[in-house]
Design a protein around this ligand. Structure first.
Ligand code: 5GP
Ligand code: ZN
Length: 120
């Protein structure tokens, strides 16, 4: 997909700090970490957001959870806990339109659901 930041990271034309890669997924550190552990888990297939998931994509997202489990172990937060976040659409603040899941951990995370002032 042209002009997609995460597709460019997948193809390697934009560098990233990778923590895991297989034929279907890439995991790399977020450039602006919001927690000691903050990685982005993305399918290599370009899907704009959770709203565009269809057919076999749902099984793919199931597999993404396997990757999350493995990466949490690898990064040492499986036992202490972590949060997986998917932002979808304008009100969520989704900035990159290639579906991705934030995996955050390494610190006691705040309330489960946050509504920032900018959204109030
Ligand atoms: P969103 O707000 O779309 O859910 O999350 C997009 C995330 O991508 C943000 O946390 C942002 O810091 C991260 N990000 C944006 N550009 C880059 C980049 O070039 N490299 C990496 N590693 N992360 C990026
Ligand atoms: Zn893409």
């Amino acid at each position: 997909m042209e002009n997609c930041l995460f597709c460019k990271i997948i193809e390697g034309s934009i560098p990233s700090n990778k923590v895991y890669e297989d034929e279907k997924f890439l995991v790399f550190h977020d450039i602006q970490p919001a927690a000691p552990v903050h990685v982005l888990i993305i399918p290599k297939k370009h899907i704009a957001s959770a709203n565009e998931l269809q057919g076999g994509d749902f099984a793919l997202i199931g597999d993404l959870h396997k990757v999350a489990q493995q990466v949490a172990q690898q990064l040492g937060v499986a036992d202490t806990g972590y949060r997986l976040i998917n932002n979808c659409g304008v009100d969520s603040g989704q900035a990159v339109h290639h579906i991705h899941y934030h995996l955050l951990g390494g610190v006691k995370l705040g309330a489960l659901v946050g509504i920032s002032d900018s959204h109030a």
